[in-house]
Every structure is written in C-alpha cells, then in structure tokens.
Design a protein around this ligand. Sequence first.
Ligand SMILES: [Zn+2]
Ligand SMILES: [Zn+2]
Length: 370
Amino acid sequence: MSEKVPVALKVGPSTTELRELDLPEISADAALMKVAVAGVCGTDVSQYRLPLRAGPLVMGHENVGYLARVGKTFAAHKGVKEGDLVFLEHYLPCGHCEWDHVGEYRHCAATEWFYDPAAIRYGYTSIDIAPGLWGGFSHYLYLPLNAVLHQVPNGLTPEEAGVATPMSNGVQWALFDGGVGYGSTVLIQGPGQQGLCCVMASKQAGAARIIVTGTSKDARRLEVARALGADEVIDVEKEDALARIREITDGRGVDVVLDCTVGAGTAPTLLGIEATKRRGGTIVVQAEGSQEFPDFPIGRLTRKGMTLKSARGHSYRAVELALHQLASHRFPLQLMTTHTFGLSEVDYAIKSVGGQGAAGAIHVSVLPWK
Ligand SMILES: [Zn+2]
Ligand SMILES: [Zn+2]
C-alpha cells in the first residue's frame, strides 16, 4: 500500500471535502514539496464558487514549502536539494517558448489555463491528471521538471514568504507595468492584499505621493495602507475621491493608477482616467474575464495620451525582487498576515478572504500541517 496524502478536495461549487490521495513515486526528473504555506487570494474566492470544469481538484496556487524528495535529474537541472525552502510559481511552462526564455511564464501557451483545458496550473488542475497533487491545500505537491522554483532567502519564515505572490504582483504591476519610480505620484484603488503590496512596491521604488482608495468597510485596511507607506487614504463612500486627489496633487493629477479593486464594476476605471495627469498617465487595470464596459470613454484616454495596461500575474524577476523585499523586513508585514487556517478549514479560509468568514482578513494562509 502506498503512503497517503491528506488533501482538501474541491468536489463542487463552494464545496470541499477532506480526502486522501496516493503519494506518487518520485522519478529522477521530479520532486515532492512538503507544503508549509498555501496563500489564499481573491482569485480563489471567485474560482471556488464556480462549477468544476473537469474532475475534482485541489486548490491552492500560492505555495511555499520544503523539498521533501528530489530526483537526481531534477536536482541537477534546478540546482536544489532536499530540505530547501522554496516558493513555487503556479505556472507550469513548456520551457522552450520565447516567453519562458525571458521569465514570462504567465504568457506561455502551456500555462493558458483559462482557454486551454489541457493546460496545467497549480491550484486549477483536476486530480484526474496524474498524480493529482496539483494544489497547495494538501500535505504535498508534485513537482515535474518544468516546475518554477525560487529559493526563499535566509531570514524569511515560510509564513512571510507566503506573501510572495501578492508582493510579486505588486512589483510587476506598480514598477514594471505602471512604471512607478522615484518621485512618482500613484493612485492605488482597493486596499486588499494586492493593493497593499502595490503600496509597498511603490514606497520602496521612491514614489513621492501614494494615495489609496477604499470603501467604508475597508477602514482597517486603509489604516494598514498608511502603516505600509500610503501618504493619503480616501474613503470613496464618504468623500469626493476625484476632488481629493486633485487637492492632494495641487490639481495636477497622478502619474500612475493601479486598479486593485474586486467587483467594483467600471467606476474605478472611470475615476482612474480622470485622476491621471493632463498627459501621458498610465492606468493598470485587472478586469474580470466576463466584465463588459459600455460607453468606455476611449476619447478621454486618447486625448490625455494615456496608456492602458492589463495586470496579469508576474514575471520571474518580479518574484525574485518580491522575496528579497520581504526578507528586508522594511515593512510591518504582520499587519497584513492576519489569519492562518488548517486543512479542515479551507472552505472557511476562502470565504474569509471573500469577506464572508473571519472578520478583518487581509492575507490568509492555509497551513496544511497545522
Ligand atoms: Zn492568487
Ligand atoms: Zn512556454
């Protein structure tokens, strides 16, 4: 009899059951990761509600853990050994396309989970695809040779490293996509974990003025935004956000807008377009897949010479910078890492991120061995 691996299995919309899967044989070109931390994000909240596209699956795509078994070829190819603490990207790229060679695995066709049912991604792949251990809400994860690993720097605990995914997105969206740098004025919409990581990335990059917007239920998160480096926070339900932004920027507007809102419709984009400076501003948006935008003010965008970009995951380099930024302990991360849950509480953990569980959740982690 093979050894068993406890997992939290999504068996239907918003339904999880504790199950056991077989621990696979680890061949020379594979490895096994003992999951220490699996972060939960807004994507989990929206995915969890959806029907299964194929068989049941183990969710959890923001994973940090220890290499428990490492095949010989895997070790030689990756430069890793058993016992290493690593951050695992959720992309499983083909390894030979133009995007993979520049560390942009998110653009590789093999990771195009949304359009290609055969594409494999951690946290989104059915257990019907052997060996089934494709999600972090599990004691172990299976790593084929094309898994993308980052060594966790010394001095960073697994739980702190669990913030690596939103922090990588913060670096990618604020710095690489938005172009935030020394002296920039930045508007960050939405003080969730992504927005807060954009605050840290912008602060670290030398932004002169960081403005964060939220709603009245975000009061605590807006306080955290301040502690992480925001200069001004605005409750859009209590104040005229555009008037306040103009006042804060002496009528000039901001250089860069980073929309990190969830389910707020088209309002943040419209505010963002108006809040940017007279010419040459940039707005980075992350619309949901099915979102439509009637009467999009493309004329305003053109007249202002603006650049519109899409926030879509992160590059290899963004993850490396994020891990080192977290390891610097420059920011009070403990204000963000609000909750941890065990494997039997995965359902509640996801609902907490969605605002329907534990109060005050910002960054939530599942510790499968808790
Ligand atoms: Zn995520
Ligand atoms: Zn590729």
